[in-house]
Design a protein around this ligand. Structure first.
Ligand SMILES: Cc1cc2nc3c(=O)[nH]c(=O)nc-3n(C[C@H](O)[C@H](O)[C@H](O)COP(=O)(O)OP(=O)(O)OC[C@H]3O[C@@H](n4cnc5c(N)ncnc54)[C@H](O)[C@@H]3O)c2cc1C
Length: 486
C-alpha cells in the first residue's frame, strides 16, 4: 500500500461485514469460540477466520458469495472439518462458510436416487437409504462425522472402494453456487445425462476451490443381503500382498480387502496386551469382507479359503456381526496404538498399482532403517491405497528433520512406482509441496487456468491445492476433535 492511500482491504472488509450481517441476521458468528472451532481440521494447524457464517438455507450461500465476491473476501467452505490435509482451514482468514445445518434428505425408492443437502452426515444418509433396502457404499472411516458435501469436495473413499468405487462413482448431479454467487445445476437426479461439458466431475474432488455445493443427487444400489468377514495371518508383508494380487486372479470380488504390516500389528498387540493370532505374534494381516446374495457369498468364501490354503499361516472367521466388529476393531486399534512410537504422525494416503504394493512396503521398511523412525503402514490393499505413517517426536529437531526427509523420499518413490501422492484425502495444504512431483508444469498451469476461469478473484479456499505451504514448518495446535479416541 502506498503512503496516504486509504486501506482499501480493511474498508472493504468492513463494508462486506456490514452487508452480511444486515442480509443474514443471526447467521454470523464472530466470537472466539466459534472462530477457533472453524480454524482447524484434522491436520490440526490453525488459521483464524474473521467470521463464521452458519447458513440455514441453500439460497443464503448465494448471498454470502455475492458479497464476498464484490469485496474480495476469502471464503472457506466447511462441512465437519474432518479433512486430513488442512483443506478446510481458512489459511487466508476471511470467512468460513459452515454448511452443517443444511440437512434435507429425500430418498426416491423407485428411481433409487437420494438427494441430500451438503450438511447431511454420511452415516445418517447411509442409515436412511438402508430403511428402503438401498445402499450407498462409499464409507470413509470418518462417516459418523463427515458431511456429504465434504465427501463430494474431497471425492472421499474408504474400505469398500475395492468393489464399489469412490464417492464420484455415485454422483448424478450437484447443485450449488460459483464464486460469483451465481447458482449452478450440474447434472440432475437422472441416471443418464451428457449435456454440455462435464463440469460436475470437475467440481468433485476440487476441495471447495471451484464452487460451493449445496445439494447432491446420488444413485443407490440394492443393499447386499449377506456379509462375511475373515482375517488371515501371513509370515511377511510380501506374502500378504502377493495374495492380494492372487485373489483377483482367482476371480474373487471382495467388498473389503485391508492390509496391516507387521509394524502396525506389533503396535496393536503391545497396546492391547494380546496377540491377534495365538502363537503367531507380529504377523502381517489381511482383513477380508465378502458380500452379496447368500449363494454368491458361499461360493466366494469357498474359493477364498481354498486360495488361502498354504498361503496364510492362520485365519479367523467371524460367525456373526459381533465377532466381525471385533475383527474390525483390530484395524481401528492400529491407528491409536501407533502413538507409542512417537507423539506425531505424518499420515500419507498414497496409491500404487496393486502389483507394486510389495515393493512399496519393502521401501517403507528400508526407509525405517535409513531415517531411524517407524513407518507403520496399513490400508486399502484391494485398490493399492496404503496409509504410510512416519512416527516421530516433535520436540526433537533431529527427528522432525528426518521425518520431513522421509516423507519427501516416500512421495518420490510412490510416483516412480507409477502411483499417486493422494488417493482419498486430497491435496489441501499438506500435499501442495508434492504437486510438482505428480504433475507437469503444463498440467498445473491448466488446473490454474480452470481455477481462474471459475473463480477469477481467487476467493474460494485460497492457498489450497496450489501453493508453497510446508506442513512440517507449522506447529500443530492442541485441540480435541470429535473423532479423537486417544
Ligand atoms: C478419523 C478420520 C478418518 C478418515 N477416514 C477417511 C477415509 O476412510 N476415507 C477418506 O476419503 N477420507 C477420510 N478422512 C478424511 C475426511 O473425513 C474426508 O475428506 C471427508 O470427506 C471430509 O468431510 P468433511 O465434511 O469433514 O469436510 P471438511 O473437512 O469440512 O472439508 C473438506 C474440504 O471440502 C470442502 N467442502 C466441504 N463442504 C463443501 C461444500 N458443501 N461445497 C464445497 N466444498 C466443500 C472444504 O472447503 C474442504 O476443502 C478421515 C478423517 C478422519 C478425521
Amino acid at each position: 500500500m502506498k503512503k496516504n492511500e486509504p486501506n482499501k482491504g480493511a474498508e472493504n472488509t468492513l463494508k462486506a461485514t456490514r452487508q452480511l450481517t444486515r442480509r443474514l441476521p443471526g447467521r454470523v458468528q464472530s466470537d472466539s469460540v466459534n472462530r477457533l472451532r472453524a480454524s482447524v481440521d484434522n491436520l490440526r494447524i490453525s488459521f483464524l477466520p474473521e467470521l463464521v457464517i452458519r447458513v440455514k438455507a441453500a439460497d443464503e450461500v448465494g448471498i454470502v458469495l455475492k458479497i464476498a465476491h464484490k469485496y474480495g473476501i476469502a471464503v472457506t467452505t466447511r462441512g465437519a472439518g474432518s479433512s486430513a490435509t488442512g483443506s478446510a482451514v481458512p489459511l487466508h482468514g476471511g470467512w468460513v462458510l459452515d454448511m452443517a445445518d443444511l440437512k434435507q434428505l429425500k430418498v426416491d425408492p423407485v428411481t433409487r436416487i437420494v438427494s441430500a443437502q451438503a450438511g447431511v452426515v454420511t452415516a445418517d444418509m447411509q442409515k436412511e437409504v438402508e430403511r428402503y433396502g438401498l445402499f450407498f457404499p462409499p464409507d470413509p472411516s470418518s462417516k459418523k462425522y463427515s458431511t456429504i458435501g465434504g465427501n463430494v469436495a474431497c471425492n472421499a473413499g474408504g474400505m469398500r472402494c475395492v468393489k464399489y468405487g469412490v464417492t464420484r462413482d455415485y454422483v448424478l448431479g450437484i447443485e450449488g453456487f460459483f464464486a460469483s454467487g451465481e447458482s449452478f445445476n450440474l447434472g440432475l437426479p437422472l441416471k443418464k445425462y451428457v449435456s454440455g461439458l462435464n463440469l460436475r466431475d470437475l467440481l468433485i474432488g476440487s476441495e471447495g476451490t471451484l464452487g460451493v455445493v449445496t445439494r447432491i443427487h446420488f444413485k443407490l444400489i440394492l443393499k447386499p443381503v449377506k456379509r462375511w468377514t475373515g482375517m488371515f495371518a501371513f509370515r511377511s508383508e510380501s506374502a500378504a500382498l502377493k495374495s492380494v494380487v492372487g485373489l483377483f486372479k482367482a476371480g474373487l470380488d471382495p467388498s473389503v480387502l485391508e492390509f496391516l504390516d507387521r509394524q502396525s500389528v506389533c503396535c496393536a498387540e503391545r497396546y492391547t496386551g494380546k496377540t491377534i493370532f495365538t502363537n503367531q505374534p507380529r504377523s502381517s494381516i489381511l482383513l477380508i469382507e465378502l458380500d452379496g446374495r447368500d449363494s454368491e457369498v458361499r461360493e466366494q468364501k469357498k474359493c477364498l479359503l481354498k486360495y488361502m490354503e498354504g498361503r496364510a499361516t492362520a485365519y479367523q472367521i467371524a460367525p456373526n456381526e459381533a465377532q466381525a466388529e471385533k475383527i474390525w476393531q483390530v484395524r481401528r486399534t492400529c491407528s491409536q496404538a501407533m502413538f507409542s512410537l512417537g507423539d506425531t504422525k505424518l499420515n500419507e494416503d498414497v496409491v500404487v498399482p496393486i502389483e507394486k504394493q510389495a515393493e512399496l512396503i519393502r521401501y517403507t521398511i528400508a526407509l525405517k532403517k535409513e531415517i531411524g523412525l517407524a513407518t507403520p503402514t496399513f490400508g486399502h490393499a484391494g485398490d493399492g491405497n496404503l496409509h504410510v505413517h512416519i512416527m516421530y517426536n516433535r520436540a526433537s529437531r533431529a527427528e522432525s528433520k528426518r521425518a520431513k526427509k522421509g516423507i519427501k523420499q516416500l512421495m518420490k518413490k510412490v510416483v516412480d512406482l507409477g502411483g499417486t501422492i493422494t488417493g482419498e484425502h486430497g491435496v489441501g495444504l499438506a500435499k501442495v509441496h508434492f504437486m510438482p512431483m505428480q504433475h507437469s508444469k503444463t498440467e498445473i498451469a491448466s488446473m490454474r487456468a480452470v481455477k481462474d476461469a471459475l473463480d477469477p478473484k481467487g476467493i474460494l479456499n485460497p492457498g489450497k491445492i496450489f501453493g508453497d505451504f510446508e506442513v512440517w514448518n507449522h506447529e500443530p495446535t492442541e485441540v480435541t476433535l470429535p473423532w479423537d479416541h486417544r
